[in-house]
Design a protein around this ligand. Structure first.
Ligand SMILES: *Cc1c(COP(=O)(O)O)cnc(C)c1O
Length: 320
Protein backbone atom coordinates (compact mmCIF):
# COMPACT_ATOMS: atom_id res chain seq x y z
CA UNK A 1 0.00 0.00 0.00
CA UNK A 2 1.23 3.48 -0.88
CA UNK A 3 0.93 6.27 1.70
CA UNK A 4 -2.25 8.35 1.39
CA UNK A 5 -1.55 11.57 -0.53
CA UNK A 6 -1.11 14.97 1.12
CA UNK A 7 -0.95 18.52 -0.24
CA UNK A 8 2.83 18.11 -0.67
CA UNK A 9 2.06 15.38 -3.22
CA UNK A 10 -0.24 17.78 -5.11
CA UNK A 11 2.63 20.28 -5.24
CA UNK A 12 5.00 17.57 -6.53
CA UNK A 13 2.43 16.55 -9.13
CA UNK A 14 2.18 20.18 -10.32
CA UNK A 15 5.89 20.17 -11.08
CA UNK A 16 5.64 16.82 -12.95
CA UNK A 17 2.76 17.87 -15.21
CA UNK A 18 4.09 21.40 -15.89
CA UNK A 19 4.68 21.85 -19.61
CA UNK A 20 2.62 18.71 -20.41
CA UNK A 21 -0.87 19.50 -19.06
CA UNK A 22 -2.53 22.80 -19.98
CA UNK A 23 -2.84 25.37 -17.23
CA UNK A 24 -6.54 25.76 -18.08
CA UNK A 25 -8.28 29.13 -17.87
CA UNK A 26 -10.38 30.31 -14.94
CA UNK A 27 -13.47 31.90 -16.49
CA UNK A 28 -15.95 34.29 -14.93
CA UNK A 29 -19.41 35.33 -16.11
CA UNK A 30 -21.24 38.54 -15.20
CA UNK A 31 -24.51 36.81 -16.05
CA UNK A 32 -23.78 33.91 -13.68
CA UNK A 33 -22.71 36.35 -10.97
CA UNK A 34 -25.81 38.48 -11.44
CA UNK A 35 -28.11 35.44 -11.32
CA UNK A 36 -26.50 33.97 -8.22
CA UNK A 37 -25.46 37.07 -6.30
CA UNK A 38 -22.08 35.37 -5.76
CA UNK A 39 -18.70 35.80 -7.43
CA UNK A 40 -18.12 32.58 -9.41
CA UNK A 41 -14.79 31.25 -10.68
CA UNK A 42 -15.03 28.39 -13.19
CA UNK A 43 -11.95 26.17 -13.62
CA UNK A 44 -12.24 25.02 -17.23
CA UNK A 45 -10.96 21.44 -17.36
CA UNK A 46 -13.23 20.95 -20.37
CA UNK A 47 -10.34 22.73 -22.12
CA UNK A 48 -7.69 20.34 -20.71
CA UNK A 49 -5.76 18.01 -23.04
CA UNK A 50 -7.97 15.10 -24.18
CA UNK A 51 -10.92 17.10 -22.87
CA UNK A 52 -10.94 16.38 -19.11
CA UNK A 53 -8.98 16.75 -15.87
CA UNK A 54 -8.15 13.01 -15.96
CA UNK A 55 -5.00 13.81 -17.94
CA UNK A 56 -3.52 15.35 -14.78
CA UNK A 57 -3.83 12.23 -12.62
CA UNK A 58 -2.83 9.81 -15.35
CA UNK A 59 0.25 11.79 -16.39
CA UNK A 60 1.35 12.18 -12.78
CA UNK A 61 0.90 8.47 -12.03
CA UNK A 62 2.79 7.34 -15.14
CA UNK A 63 5.57 9.87 -14.45
CA UNK A 64 6.20 8.08 -11.14
CA UNK A 65 6.97 4.71 -12.85
CA UNK A 66 10.51 3.31 -12.49
CA UNK A 67 12.53 2.15 -15.53
CA UNK A 68 11.20 -1.44 -15.46
CA UNK A 69 7.58 -0.26 -15.18
CA UNK A 70 8.04 2.15 -18.08
CA UNK A 71 9.49 -0.58 -20.26
CA UNK A 72 6.63 -3.03 -19.61
CA UNK A 73 3.93 -0.34 -19.76
CA UNK A 74 0.61 0.48 -18.17
CA UNK A 75 -2.81 -1.18 -18.15
CA UNK A 76 -6.09 0.57 -17.32
CA UNK A 77 -9.78 -0.27 -17.55
CA UNK A 78 -12.21 2.46 -18.50
CA UNK A 79 -14.86 3.24 -21.08
CA UNK A 80 -14.43 6.95 -20.65
CA UNK A 81 -12.00 9.76 -20.08
CA UNK A 82 -9.51 7.76 -17.99
CA UNK A 83 -8.83 5.49 -20.99
CA UNK A 84 -7.89 8.41 -23.19
CA UNK A 85 -5.91 10.08 -20.40
CA UNK A 86 -3.78 6.98 -19.82
CA UNK A 87 -3.28 6.34 -23.54
CA UNK A 88 -2.17 9.91 -24.21
CA UNK A 89 0.07 10.10 -21.14
CA UNK A 90 1.74 6.80 -22.07
CA UNK A 91 2.40 8.03 -25.58
CA UNK A 92 3.93 11.28 -24.32
CA UNK A 93 6.12 9.34 -21.88
CA UNK A 94 7.10 6.75 -24.51
CA UNK A 95 5.60 3.65 -22.93
CA UNK A 96 3.07 1.04 -24.13
CA UNK A 97 -0.53 1.26 -22.89
CA UNK A 98 -3.18 -1.46 -22.80
CA UNK A 99 -6.74 -0.23 -22.23
CA UNK A 100 -9.54 -2.62 -21.31
CA UNK A 101 -12.87 -1.32 -22.64
CA UNK A 102 -16.38 -2.83 -22.81
CA UNK A 103 -17.23 -4.26 -26.24
CA UNK A 104 -20.23 -1.92 -26.42
CA UNK A 105 -18.25 1.26 -25.62
CA UNK A 106 -19.03 4.10 -28.05
CA UNK A 107 -17.00 3.60 -31.24
CA UNK A 108 -15.75 7.19 -31.01
CA UNK A 109 -14.20 6.50 -27.59
CA UNK A 110 -12.52 3.30 -28.75
CA UNK A 111 -11.20 5.16 -31.80
CA UNK A 112 -9.95 8.08 -29.68
CA UNK A 113 -8.11 5.69 -27.35
CA UNK A 114 -6.51 3.89 -30.31
CA UNK A 115 -5.72 7.29 -31.85
CA UNK A 116 -3.61 8.11 -28.81
CA UNK A 117 -1.69 4.88 -29.38
CA UNK A 118 -3.44 2.70 -26.78
CA UNK A 119 -3.83 -1.02 -27.45
CA UNK A 120 -7.53 -1.70 -26.79
CA UNK A 121 -8.68 -5.03 -25.30
CA UNK A 122 -12.46 -5.42 -25.50
CA UNK A 123 -14.45 -7.41 -22.95
CA UNK A 124 -18.09 -8.34 -22.43
CA UNK A 125 -19.36 -6.26 -19.53
CA UNK A 126 -22.22 -8.66 -18.81
CA UNK A 127 -20.17 -11.87 -18.54
CA UNK A 128 -16.59 -10.81 -17.81
CA UNK A 129 -14.94 -9.00 -14.90
CA UNK A 130 -12.70 -6.18 -16.09
CA UNK A 131 -10.76 -6.01 -12.84
CA UNK A 132 -9.87 -9.70 -13.17
CA UNK A 133 -8.76 -9.16 -16.79
CA UNK A 134 -6.66 -6.19 -15.72
CA UNK A 135 -5.01 -8.12 -12.91
CA UNK A 136 -4.30 -11.08 -15.19
CA UNK A 137 -2.68 -8.88 -17.86
CA UNK A 138 -0.71 -7.07 -15.16
CA UNK A 139 0.64 -10.37 -13.83
CA UNK A 140 1.30 -12.09 -17.15
CA UNK A 141 2.96 -9.14 -18.88
CA UNK A 142 4.38 -7.23 -15.91
CA UNK A 143 2.13 -4.23 -16.62
CA UNK A 144 1.33 -1.67 -13.93
CA UNK A 145 -2.39 -1.18 -13.35
CA UNK A 146 -3.48 2.43 -12.89
CA UNK A 147 -7.04 2.70 -11.58
CA UNK A 148 -9.24 5.70 -12.50
CA UNK A 149 -9.47 7.21 -9.02
CA UNK A 150 -8.34 5.18 -6.03
CA UNK A 151 -4.56 5.72 -6.27
CA UNK A 152 -2.43 8.31 -4.39
CA UNK A 153 -0.62 9.53 -7.54
CA UNK A 154 -3.90 9.86 -9.43
CA UNK A 155 -5.51 11.79 -6.56
CA UNK A 156 -2.48 14.10 -6.24
CA UNK A 157 -2.54 14.82 -9.98
CA UNK A 158 -6.26 15.63 -9.95
CA UNK A 159 -5.65 18.07 -7.07
CA UNK A 160 -3.49 20.29 -9.28
CA UNK A 161 -6.56 21.81 -11.00
CA UNK A 162 -7.90 23.36 -7.79
CA UNK A 163 -4.38 24.40 -6.76
CA UNK A 164 -4.19 26.41 -10.00
CA UNK A 165 -7.73 27.72 -9.50
CA UNK A 166 -7.10 29.17 -6.04
CA UNK A 167 -3.66 30.49 -7.00
CA UNK A 168 -5.50 32.52 -9.62
CA UNK A 169 -8.77 33.41 -7.86
CA UNK A 170 -7.36 33.99 -4.38
CA UNK A 171 -9.06 32.58 -1.26
CA UNK A 172 -12.56 31.17 -1.78
CA UNK A 173 -15.54 30.74 0.55
CA UNK A 174 -16.92 27.64 -1.18
CA UNK A 175 -15.89 25.05 -3.77
CA UNK A 176 -18.12 22.73 -5.85
CA UNK A 177 -16.58 19.60 -7.38
CA UNK A 178 -18.13 16.74 -9.41
CA UNK A 179 -18.03 13.35 -7.68
CA UNK A 180 -17.72 9.93 -9.28
CA UNK A 181 -15.18 7.68 -7.56
CA UNK A 182 -13.76 10.68 -5.75
CA UNK A 183 -10.30 11.15 -7.28
CA UNK A 184 -11.09 14.71 -8.33
CA UNK A 185 -12.92 15.62 -5.12
CA UNK A 186 -10.29 14.20 -2.76
CA UNK A 187 -7.38 15.83 -4.63
CA UNK A 188 -9.30 19.10 -4.83
CA UNK A 189 -10.01 18.96 -1.09
CA UNK A 190 -6.29 18.54 -0.28
CA UNK A 191 -5.46 21.61 -2.36
CA UNK A 192 -8.39 23.73 -1.18
CA UNK A 193 -7.82 23.02 2.53
CA UNK A 194 -4.15 23.98 2.18
CA UNK A 195 -4.66 27.15 0.15
CA UNK A 196 -7.95 28.44 1.54
CA UNK A 197 -8.36 26.79 4.97
CA UNK A 198 -11.83 28.11 5.89
CA UNK A 199 -13.40 27.06 2.58
CA UNK A 200 -16.58 24.96 2.46
CA UNK A 201 -16.00 22.02 0.12
CA UNK A 202 -18.94 20.28 -1.58
CA UNK A 203 -18.93 17.13 -3.70
CA UNK A 204 -21.79 16.81 -6.19
CA UNK A 205 -23.34 13.61 -7.54
CA UNK A 206 -26.24 12.77 -9.84
CA UNK A 207 -29.45 12.16 -7.89
CA UNK A 208 -29.76 8.69 -9.43
CA UNK A 209 -26.37 7.59 -8.06
CA UNK A 210 -25.83 9.08 -4.61
CA UNK A 211 -23.55 6.35 -3.20
CA UNK A 212 -21.02 9.01 -2.18
CA UNK A 213 -23.63 10.94 -0.21
CA UNK A 214 -24.81 7.73 1.48
CA UNK A 215 -21.20 6.79 2.28
CA UNK A 216 -20.38 10.25 3.62
CA UNK A 217 -23.42 10.28 5.89
CA UNK A 218 -23.17 6.68 7.12
CA UNK A 219 -19.38 6.60 7.60
CA UNK A 220 -18.81 3.45 5.50
CA UNK A 221 -18.39 2.94 1.74
CA UNK A 222 -21.80 2.16 0.21
CA UNK A 223 -22.03 0.15 -3.04
CA UNK A 224 -24.88 0.71 -5.53
CA UNK A 225 -25.90 -0.66 -8.96
CA UNK A 226 -24.70 1.33 -11.99
CA UNK A 227 -27.00 4.38 -11.89
CA UNK A 228 -29.03 5.61 -14.87
CA UNK A 229 -27.97 9.21 -15.48
CA UNK A 230 -26.68 11.35 -18.32
CA UNK A 231 -23.64 12.09 -16.12
CA UNK A 232 -21.66 9.12 -17.48
CA UNK A 233 -18.44 10.18 -15.73
CA UNK A 234 -20.20 9.74 -12.38
CA UNK A 235 -21.76 6.32 -12.97
CA UNK A 236 -19.38 4.78 -10.46
CA UNK A 237 -20.76 2.22 -8.01
CA UNK A 238 -18.65 3.14 -4.98
CA UNK A 239 -15.91 5.40 -3.65
CA UNK A 240 -12.38 4.06 -3.12
CA UNK A 241 -10.63 3.61 0.23
CA UNK A 242 -8.10 6.41 -0.30
CA UNK A 243 -10.71 8.78 -1.74
CA UNK A 244 -13.29 8.02 0.96
CA UNK A 245 -10.82 8.63 3.81
CA UNK A 246 -9.88 12.06 2.44
CA UNK A 247 -13.47 13.01 1.60
CA UNK A 248 -14.68 12.07 5.08
CA UNK A 249 -11.92 14.17 6.66
CA UNK A 250 -11.90 17.26 4.41
CA UNK A 251 -15.27 17.62 2.66
CA UNK A 252 -18.21 19.51 4.23
CA UNK A 253 -21.10 17.84 2.41
CA UNK A 254 -22.16 15.84 -0.63
CA UNK A 255 -25.09 17.21 -2.66
CA UNK A 256 -27.11 15.80 -5.54
CA UNK A 257 -28.71 17.27 -8.68
CA UNK A 258 -31.09 15.93 -11.34
CA UNK A 259 -30.33 15.24 -14.99
CA UNK A 260 -32.69 18.11 -15.95
CA UNK A 261 -30.61 20.51 -13.85
CA UNK A 262 -27.46 19.30 -15.64
CA UNK A 263 -29.01 20.01 -19.05
CA UNK A 264 -29.96 23.52 -17.91
CA UNK A 265 -26.30 24.14 -17.01
CA UNK A 266 -25.05 22.73 -20.33
CA UNK A 267 -27.37 25.19 -22.03
CA UNK A 268 -26.11 28.07 -19.89
CA UNK A 269 -22.46 27.28 -20.62
CA UNK A 270 -23.08 26.99 -24.37
CA UNK A 271 -25.35 30.03 -24.71
CA UNK A 272 -23.74 32.42 -22.24
CA UNK A 273 -20.12 31.38 -21.91
CA UNK A 274 -19.66 29.78 -25.36
CA UNK A 275 -18.17 26.59 -23.96
CA UNK A 276 -19.08 22.90 -24.30
CA UNK A 277 -19.28 21.12 -20.96
CA UNK A 278 -20.26 17.44 -20.74
CA UNK A 279 -23.14 16.49 -18.41
CA UNK A 280 -20.84 15.23 -15.63
CA UNK A 281 -18.86 18.45 -15.87
CA UNK A 282 -21.99 20.44 -14.98
CA UNK A 283 -22.56 18.79 -11.56
CA UNK A 284 -20.71 21.48 -9.58
CA UNK A 285 -22.48 24.44 -11.15
CA UNK A 286 -25.89 22.78 -10.89
CA UNK A 287 -25.40 22.41 -7.12
CA UNK A 288 -24.07 25.96 -6.73
CA UNK A 289 -27.26 27.21 -8.41
CA UNK A 290 -29.40 25.23 -5.97
CA UNK A 291 -27.51 26.62 -2.98
CA UNK A 292 -27.73 30.17 -4.33
CA UNK A 293 -29.47 31.64 -1.28
CA UNK A 294 -26.54 30.63 0.96
CA UNK A 295 -23.88 31.88 -1.43
CA UNK A 296 -24.87 35.55 -1.77
CA UNK A 297 -21.82 37.80 -1.61
CA UNK A 298 -19.44 34.79 -1.45
CA UNK A 299 -16.47 33.86 -3.60
CA UNK A 300 -17.20 30.46 -5.09
CA UNK A 301 -15.03 28.04 -7.10
CA UNK A 302 -16.66 25.60 -9.54
CA UNK A 303 -14.73 22.86 -11.34
CA UNK A 304 -15.92 22.12 -14.89
CA UNK A 305 -14.43 18.64 -15.13
CA UNK A 306 -14.70 17.83 -18.83
CA UNK A 307 -16.10 18.60 -22.26
CA UNK A 308 -16.21 15.24 -24.02
CA UNK A 309 -19.64 14.72 -25.49
CA UNK A 310 -20.67 13.56 -28.91
CA UNK A 311 -22.08 16.56 -30.83
CA UNK A 312 -25.26 14.75 -31.91
CA UNK A 313 -25.92 13.84 -28.26
CA UNK A 314 -25.16 17.41 -27.16
CA UNK A 315 -27.70 18.81 -29.62
CA UNK A 316 -30.27 16.19 -28.66
CA UNK A 317 -30.00 17.00 -24.95
CA UNK A 318 -30.27 20.75 -25.55
CA UNK A 319 -33.26 20.32 -27.88
CA UNK A 320 -35.32 18.29 -25.40
C1 LIG B 1 -14.02 10.84 -14.19
C2 LIG B 1 -14.80 12.07 -14.31
C3 LIG B 1 -15.47 12.63 -13.20
C4 LIG B 1 -15.47 11.97 -11.84
O1 LIG B 1 -14.18 11.93 -11.29
P1 LIG B 1 -13.83 10.98 -10.07
O2 LIG B 1 -12.39 11.22 -9.80
O3 LIG B 1 -14.12 9.57 -10.49
O4 LIG B 1 -14.72 11.38 -8.95
C5 LIG B 1 -16.14 13.83 -13.37
N1 LIG B 1 -16.18 14.45 -14.56
C6 LIG B 1 -15.57 13.95 -15.66
C7 LIG B 1 -15.66 14.69 -16.93
C8 LIG B 1 -14.84 12.75 -15.56
O5 LIG B 1 -14.23 12.25 -16.65
Amino acid sequence: MLQPPSYADVVAASARIAGHAHRTPVMTSRTADAESGARLFFKCENLQRMGAFKFRGAFNALSCFDAAQRKAGVVAFSSGNHAQAVALSARLLGMPATIIMPHDAPAAKVAATRGYGGQVVLYDRYTEDREAIGKRLAQEQGLTLIPPYDHPHVIAGQGTAVKELIEESGPLDALFVCLGGGGLLSGSALAARALSPGIKIYGVEPQAGNDGQQSFRSGAIVHIDTPHTIADGAQTQHLGQYTFDIIRREVDDILTVSDEELVECMRFFAARMKIVVEPTGCLGFAAARKLQAQLRGKRVGVVLSGGNIDMARFCQLLAE
